[in-house]
Design a protein around this ligand. Structure first.
Ligand code: C5P
Length: 289
């Protein structure tokens, strides 16, 4: 087999807490993460000249090793000890870029999963996640998918019971936010509020959506940055339109609301389209590996 297609699912943070800065420039985190039914289509085509490249429907996305998908391919073949094989990765991108939805990491994870299938599964899921950690902090979760607690810099993962049935209304404003910049600003501002991560885990165990919603929070929302005012406005609009709770995902700029009622979510979508150029509905999904 020379070709394979994989879905690269986006993630949302159900909670995001930052514990400590570390000596290696990263931060220790505690996050509940969820893969959702919004995906990029990733098509892998093998070659035997050791060539690595990428293309996509978005012109500004690099086609070389600056692209996490190419980085993941290089890491995979290095671990395999195969210098002859290469791959072209073509991505049909739907996950908004610069949204905090791990779009680039999801593509990288899809490359690792797809290559592992094309080569008859030389690596276990754990090993693929380890390779993913060398590519980016969110890649191991994107390899695993489903609902999980992420600790360390995001690569220490514990599976959690699945998110109860719900709809996410996701809104990405036009601006994007740089991840390292927001981490720097977080270090300079006091954290006033934290999510109740343990409470969310207990609520997941009981399947209680309302209790999860009450405890969700992202500490980045408190950072002193004028863009957080727009985030707060979008959250307010989501709540006004019937969301049980609303939160920014990752380092933004996407914000999402949680709905237990499909028709309310659909109505909310129509209303939010005037606020955000990118608005869509998605549901929790798990990944078949
Ligand atoms: O691992 P990744 O390349 O995705 O991280 C991008 C940047 O985000 C890092 O260089 C660092 O500035 C910041 N980061 C962090 N702590 C984490 C994850 C990312 O400070 N746990």
């Amino acid at each position: 087999m020379r070709e394979i297609s994989e879905k690269a699912y986006a993630k949302l943070n159900i909670s995001l807490d930052v514990m400590d800065g570390r000596d290696d420039g990263y931060h220790d985190m505690m996050m509940v993460m969820q893969t959702v039914s919004l995906w990029d289509d990733v098509r892998l085509t093998l070659n035997s000249e050791g060539k690595m490249s990428a293309s996509s429907n978005l012109r500004f996305i690099p086609g070389d090793e600056r692209n996490l998908a190419v980085k993941a391919a290089v890491r995979f073949f290095r671990e395999l000890g195969d210098e002859q094989s290469g791959v072209h990765v073509d991505m049909q991108k739907r996950i908004p870029v610069g949204a905090g939805m791990a779009g680039g990491s999801a593509d990288a994870a899809a490359v690792l999963r797809g290559l592992n299938k094309l080569f008859d599964r030389p690596f276990s899921l754990e090993k693929l996640m380890e390779l993913g950690a060398d590519v980016g902090s969110d890649v191991p979760f994107c390899v695993m998918g489903g609902t999980a607690l992420a600790e360390g810099r995001g690569e220490i993962l514990s599976p959690l019971p699945p998110m109860p049935r719900c709809s996410f209304l996701i809104c990405k404003p036009e601006f994007s936010i740089s991840t390292p910049e927001l981490f720097r600003k977080l270090d300079a501002s006091p954290m006033r509020r934290h999510p109740d991560t343990q409470g969310i885990i207990q609520a997941l165990e009981k399947g209680e959506l309302i209790q999860i919603c009450r405890r969700m929070y992202n500490v980045f929302e408190d950072v002193d940055d004028r863009r957080m005012r727009s985030v707060a406005e979008i959250k307010g609009a989501l709540l006004d339109n019937g969301a049980l709770s609303a939160m920014m995902t990752g380092t933004g700029s996407a914000v999402f609301g949680v709905f237990d009622d499909d028709s309310a979510a659909q109505k909310g979508l129509e209303a939010m389209k005037s606020y955000c150029p990118f608005s869509c509905l998605a549901e929790p999904v798990s990944i078949e590996n």
